[in-house]
Design a protein around this ligand. Structure first.
Ligand SMILES: [Fe+2]
Ligand SMILES: [Fe+2]
Length: 280
């Protein structure tokens, strides 16, 4: 099973780039193009929030049209740049797994890896939370999974990443949240967006994973006390590949044209074993 993950599309009304300069809509199209070029194609695509930049119906129309080009199931969750009810109204007809009311969270049991999407949004705030009701809902979904390999996906990371500009707007969780995750070793990953960078760390006995955005990235700034700024570093998508006996392996695939794929032609002075077939 191959799970593709893209994040932080930040769709904008036509002619109105994000932050005045980031042309996010063509970047969404390039991300979709990249997925369509993959061989083999992913079995499904996760979109981990900030689908829109301002939660406007026009922005969701752009997202809807872009994601409709994907022939495989696509699962979306909201981020802080989304508006829960507008997202539901604009996308639910093509995304019937989204609940009719309440939080936009759900579980998907159609694949070898169970997928649980969490809604971390606090309306009107940058940061997110898993409140008591959402934590209880997650506990029920995990219990009904009966140990099946599981990937949780959510917009706001529920862990600190050691970058001050990012850690001021995390996902607030209770101490019980980490205990709940740790009590379910079948959770292969907690997949997130929001920070617009590739980040991995150990979290509650599993792996916390943050994927870059499809357009702008947050500039890496490890100095204490600095605020987030953005930079046009290469966007990327993640491919989480599940193989029985191996588990879930996460690959990061830059989005864009980086030239042809070439064979390794070894120099005669190469110290390894001579081979007729070029090796990496
Ligand atoms: Fe974002
Ligand atoms: Fe965000």
């Amino acid at each position: 099973m191959i799970i593709a993950q893209i994040s932080d599309l930040h769709a904008r009304p036509h002619g109105s780039p994000a932050y005045g300069v980031v042309d996010t809509n063509p970047a969404i199209a390039r991300a979709v193009d990249q997925i369509l070029k993959l061989d083999p194609r992913p079995d499904c695509v996760l979109v981990t929030g900030d689908l829109s930049d301002c939660g406007l119906p026009e922005e969701y129309g752009i997202v809807r049209a872009a994601l409709e080009r994907l022939p495989m199931p696509v699962y979306v969750i909201p981020g802080n740049h989304d508006r829960r009810e507008t997202l539901r109204a604009e996308l639910r007809p093509g995304h019937p797994y989204l609940p009719q009311s309440g939080f936009l969270h759900y579980a998907v049991d159609d694949f070898p890896v169970r997928l649980i999407g969490l809604d971390t949004v606090i309306a009107g705030e940058d940061g997110g939370e898993i409140c008591a009701a959402r934590e209880a809902w997650l506990a029920e979904r995990l219990a009904e999974g009966q140990g099946k390999p599981t990937a949780i996906f959510m917009h706001h990371p529920p862990f600190a990443v050691g970058v001050d500009g990012m850690d001021v707007m995390p996902c607030q969780v209770s101490p019980g949240f980490a205990r709940l995750i740790a009590a379910h070793p079948e959770i292969e990953r907690v997949l997130c967006g929001h920070y617009h960078r590739p980040i991995q760390l150990r979290f509650a006995g599993t792996i916390g994973y943050v994927v870059p955005g499809t357009a702008h990235q947050v500039a890496l700034d490890l100095r204490p006390g600095t605020e987030n700024r953005f930079v046009m570093e290469p966007p990327a998508l993640a491919l989480h590949v599940w193989k029985p006996g191996l588990g879930l392996v996460s690959h990061l695939q830059p989005i864009g044209d980086y030239g042809p794929i070439r064979d390794f032609v070894l120099d005669p002075a190469y110290p390894g074993k001579p081979q007729t077939v070029p090796a990496s």
